[in-house]
Design a protein around this ligand. Structure first.
Ligand code: ZN
Ligand code: ZN
Length: 268
């Protein structure tokens, strides 16, 4: 009998990229090229009287700038699953890439949980290099520094529990300070991978997505997540449209907007 709380977990979709190709999803490309669209999510973790948000997405202007199809503010899906952004006290940033840390004013009361290494990475010498800098946005980095000076950033180094049944784990790889979230649910331990695995196929095939700081750490991250999760299918990739196919909408009418990840997968 576990005394741990069981959280509800939701994937909230806010943007899409219909133009992505399979050849761009794996280092070394793929012999069978074809469309491989990406979805963009934030994730809500609801406990007893307290909600945690993983990542904050981007807005319409950033979608236009980056050529992504912005669908709706992440706030729409969050409110639909009973999360009031004004009341959220804890936001976890998996990493500082533009699609994970925008919408700076959406959570006015929240403190932001980030790994030491990610803040050092996005404000340090690696940003001298265009190839490492390209997934980051100057305004995003300035915004998190402003929150730091407002006393609204909590730093983590490695693995740390931030609430009973909810912990953060540094994996690095894709970005130097990338962290994943392990959360206890009614189905056991779930891992929200964010960009530690963009698609199910990255971790299942052991083939990294081409944007990375360190290839070795990316591949080791797959093994780390398998150790943290109760089952391989309890690892939720960060950009895979299959997530919405595998898990039911949070309520009728929320198909494609908010899906419930702690529910039993469709088809058993
Ligand atoms: Zn990323
Ligand atoms: Zn991403």
């Amino acid at each position: 009998m576990s005394a741990l709380p069981s959280y509800e977990v939701y994937a909230v979709r806010y943007a899409h990229n219909a133009n992505a190709r399979r050849s761009g999803a794996f280092i070394g490309g793929d012999a069978h090229d074809g469309p491989m669209p990406l979805d963009y999510f934030v994730w809500a973790i609801k406990g007893e009287g307290r909600s945690f948000i993983l990542d904050t997405g981007f807005d319409q202007a950033m979608g236009d700038k980056r050529g992504r199809q912005f669908l709706r503010s992440p706030a729409v899906g969050l409110k639909a699953v009973g999360v009031d952004p004004d009341a959220v006290e804890d936001v976890i940033l998996s990493h500082m890439h533009y699609d994970h840390c925008g919408n700076y004013d959406l959570f006015p009361r929240a403190r932001y949980h980030i790994q030491d290494k990610e803040m050092a990475y996005c404000t340090g010498r690696c940003m001298c290099h265009f190839g490492l800098r390209v997934p980051f946005e100057e305004d995003d980095v300035v915004a998190i520094v402003r929150k730091l000076f407002a006393g609204r950033v909590a730093f983590h180094d490695g693995a740390e529990e931030i609430a009973p049944g909810l912990s953060l784990h540094h994996v690095g790889g894709h970005s130097k300070g990338l962290q994943v979230v392990r959360v206890h649910t009614r189905r056991g331990w779930m891992v929200l991978a964010a960009d530690a695995s963009h698609f199910y196929a990255n971790m299942e095939k052991g083939r990294a997505f081409p944007i990375l700081h360190n290839h070795e750490d990316t591949l080791e991250g797959y093994a780390t997540m398998r150790r943290l999760a109760s089952a391989p299918d309890a690892i939720i990739p960060g950009h895979d449209p299959l997530v919405l196919a595998r898990y039911p909408a949070a309520a009728p009418g929320l198909e494609g907007i908010a899906h419930r990840l702690d529910a039993d997968p469709k088809g058993g």
